[in-house]
Structure formats: C-alpha cells, structure tokens
Design a protein around this ligand. Structure first.
Ligand code: GUN
Ligand code: ZN
Length: 426
C-alpha cells in the first residue's frame, strides 16, 4: 500500500561542508511517497497527490520532515548511568560504567535496558544507532532482538576486554574472537541488523586480543569495526606505556590489523599529525561525541580541521558518557564546541552530520540518512515551534535555517512530533 507523507521536506543533494547550505533543499509543501518500507518518490504535495490518488495521506502541515537521526556511537548498556557526577574518563569507567556493565550478565536485565534504550532513542527521533554492547553475548542478542521487534536498522557488537577491567567483565583473546564470530554469524545481515567488531579500546585489550579481533575483521570485511581513540590525555599516556612499540594511539590498533576503511574511531580529539594522516589515507571514519566530550571533560574536537582533510565524520550521543539521548541536543553541543574553537557550524552542517554524515561514517548513506528515491523510509517529523521560547524565536525566521536553528539549540523530545521506521509510523 502506498502512503503519502506531507510536510516541509528537508533533503540533502550534497555535503554542506563542501557545497555550503545550498546542498540542502526544503520543500515547504513537500511530499514523500512510501511503498514497502522504501521512499519511492519525493516532490511537491500537489504533484504527488495528483500522481498517486489512491495513496493514504498523512499531513504534518508546517512540521519539518527529515530523515531519522543516526547516532553513530552509543553505549546502550550505560542508559541507566547517564548523568553520573564528577569523574573523568578512567575514573568514570571504574566507578560507574564497569559496575553497571557487570549487570548485563543477566539476560533479563539486558533485555529490559535494551527496550528502554530504543524507546528513548525513538522518542528523540533516532532511527539508527551504532552501539557498544558489553562483554556478554546476551547483551548483543538483547539489543538486536529489541531493534528487530521495532523494524529498526541497528548496529552493535560484543565489547571485548581482557585486561584492566573487573574480573567479571573480562574475556580472553580466544573467547573474544569466538564469541564475536558466533554473534556475527547469527546476526550480521539479518533483517536490518549489522554486527560490528568491537574492541573497547587499547587499554582494556591485550595485544593478543587485538590480533585475534584484527584477524576476525580481515575475514569479515563487510563488518565495521568500532573502538575509542584519543579521548583524554591520561588515556593516551596509558596507551603509550601499554603499547611501547606503537608510534601513537592509532598505531596500537594498526599494528594489530584494526585500522581500515570500515573503522569507526570514537572521540579522536587529541590526534597527532601522523594519526590524522593515517586516518585520512585509509579512509577511516571518526565520530564526534560533543556532549560526552564536555561532560567527561575530554576536549574540543576539531570538526573544521578534520572535515577539511576529507575525513568521514559521524555525530553521536555517546550515552551514558554523553549527557543526552537527543541528537538535537548533540547538534547544539557540536555547535558550542565549534564556537569555542572559533568556528561557527551552519545549521545545515549540523543537521547533515546528524543524518547523512553519521550514515556515511557507517557506510550506510545509500540506505539511510536522507530523503530521496530509493532510500529506506526512516523519518523524523519535527515541530519547529515545540515550546513557547522556540516558537517565539522561530516566528521571526526569514529562512528555513533561521526557523530550524532555535529547535537545534533548545529542542528536545517535545519537538519530535512523529517517527516513521521502515515505512510505518511508530
Ligand atoms: N573509552 C573506553 N570505554 C569508554 C566508554 O564507555 N565511554 C567513553 N566515553 N569512552 C570510553
Ligand atoms: Zn564510547
């Protein structure tokens, strides 16, 4: 059955970091035709109503219709410890994160938190998340099961660690490899799900474990590989002592086969010139986690400098190190971090990062993250006047970007009027 969704339709024809805000179009009386979960046509309401008189019509009036948000780096198991006070990275992991992740030994707890996570993400307009799980295979099963129930495109992997974490959270090089392999064979490519090979970060893996995961990745090149890179200075110093023969943090991955096009490196704040060169040369992606980088006190990501190198960059909440589930709040934080570096990101760049940019970092930009013919129909419908202060500010707008920017800066889940997943409203 064909469905016509009407509203102000925002789509990207190019990359606003390269082509400026003209890379985006907003059709005020726009329409999207959805058939079998896919976008089969995009145009004006008038033209598409005429061409498809049989289609069921949902009219969102003046609300903005965008591709659903894509969160390129989250930790769903940290859902319950978001906003934990007063620690920096390593202390924060030991004090809050690891004890919470231990609880995922219980599959019922994993299922409960996975369900809670997806309900919260959807309420915030996020239709795809790439998440870390815990070391427990059941935590991967729980995430994929809940995503599958909701028809979502979703990515995760077992978070491998064999040192520098509590005993209950340690695997070995062999079990990390074998569990990851079994989960990959079970889930990768099933429905809209993708398995991601996931060493947590160099400090919690032995060189042997990184080797084992590098070998698994070499055998499964259609999988992405996600980890953390250069988030805080203490962490970087620690990596130097743990991997004395590595040229730098990134090299601790490259020496073990964990650098490549399908690599996703979260944070990537304090990079050496050599690391930036290597990431660019191999075509890897880095993921900006601005609310986390301010909340845990990590530093100011160089969006403009890294974009200028042509790196693929995703945007992410990094919950629970990040302080919000909302990609609107995450765009606002990206704006604020860039301001602190003396750069002003345009609303078109922020919105692109939260949709196409993140999808590109996940190599999924031909499927999700934009409204165009042939894309999967994951949509977010955004009320650009969701609170009195936002309504007051946006009423003065002379351009679509002036109308959108107050929602980026002040919006939250109240701005999310509707969400469509795989061609259906949820
Ligand atoms: N580095 C290693 N693990 C983590 C994590 O869970 N969160 C963040 N922000 N950084 C990490
Ligand atoms: Zn993370």
């Amino acid at each position: 059955m064909a469905e016509l969704v009407l509203g102000r339709v925002l789509s990207f024809q190019g990359d606003p970091f390269v082509e400026g805000y003209e890379a985006a179009t907003c059709e005020d009386s726009g329409a999207i035709l959805i058939e079998n979960g896919m976008i089969s046509d995009v145009g004006t309401a008038e033209a598409l109503r005429k061409a498809h008189p049989q289609a069921t019509v949902t009219d969102y009036g003046k609300a903005l219709i965008s591709a659903g948000f894509v969160d390129a780096h989250v930790h769903y198991p940290q859902t319950a410890i978001i906003a934990s006070w007063g620690k920096r990275l390593i202390d924060w992991l030991n004090t809050y994160t690891f004890p919470e992740e231990m609880r995922f030994a219980d599959p019922d707890y994993a299922a409960k938190i996975a369900s809670h996570y997806f309900d919260t993400a959807l309420a915030n307009g996020t239709t795809t998340a790439c998440s870390f799980a815990t070391i427990h295979p059941a935590s991967v099963d729980a995430f994929f099961t809940e995503a599958q129930k909701r028809g979502l495109r979703a990515l995760t992997g077992k978070t491998c660690m064999d040192r520098n974490a509590p005993v209950g959270l340690l695997d070995t090089p062999k079990t990390a490899h074998d569990d990851s392999k079994a989960l990959l064979e079970k889930w990768h490519g099933v429905d809209r799900l993708s398995y991601v090979i996931t060493p947590r970060f160099s400090p919690t893996s032995s060189p042997e474990q990184l080797d084992a995961l590098g070998a698994l990745w070499a055998e499964n090149q259609s999988c992405l590989m996600q980890t953390h890179l250069s988030e805080q200075p203490d962490e970087i110093d620690w990596v130097k002592t743990l991997y004395p023969s590595a040229a730098d943090y990134l090299d601790s991955y490259e020496q073990h086969g964990l650098l490549g096009m399908g690599g996703l490196y979260g944070h990537a704040i304090h990079l050496e010139p050599r690391e930036k060169d290597r990431l660019t040369e191999v075509g890897a992606a880095v993921v900006h986690c601005p609310t986390s980088n301010t909340f845990i006190g990590s530093g100011l990501f160089d969006m403009v400098g890294l974009m200028a190198r042509g790196l693929r960059i995703g945007l992410a909440t990094d919950t629970g190190g990040g302080s919000s589930f909302s990609m609107l709040r995450t765009m606002a934080a990206a704006y604020e971090v860039a301001q602190l570096r003396g750069e002003s990101l345009h609303p078109s760049q922020l919105w692109w990062l939260a949709t196409q940019g993140s999808a590109k970092s996940l190599h999924l930009h031909k499927k999700i993250g934009n409204i165009a013919k042939g894309m999967e129909a994951d949509l977010v419908v955004v009320d650009l006047a969701s609170t009195a202060p936002i309504a007051l500010a946006s009423a003065r707008a002379e351009t679509i970007w002036e109308a959108i920017f107050p929602t980026i800066m002040m919006g939250d889940d109240r701005a999310i009027k509707a969400v469509w997943v795989n061609g259906k409203p949820v």
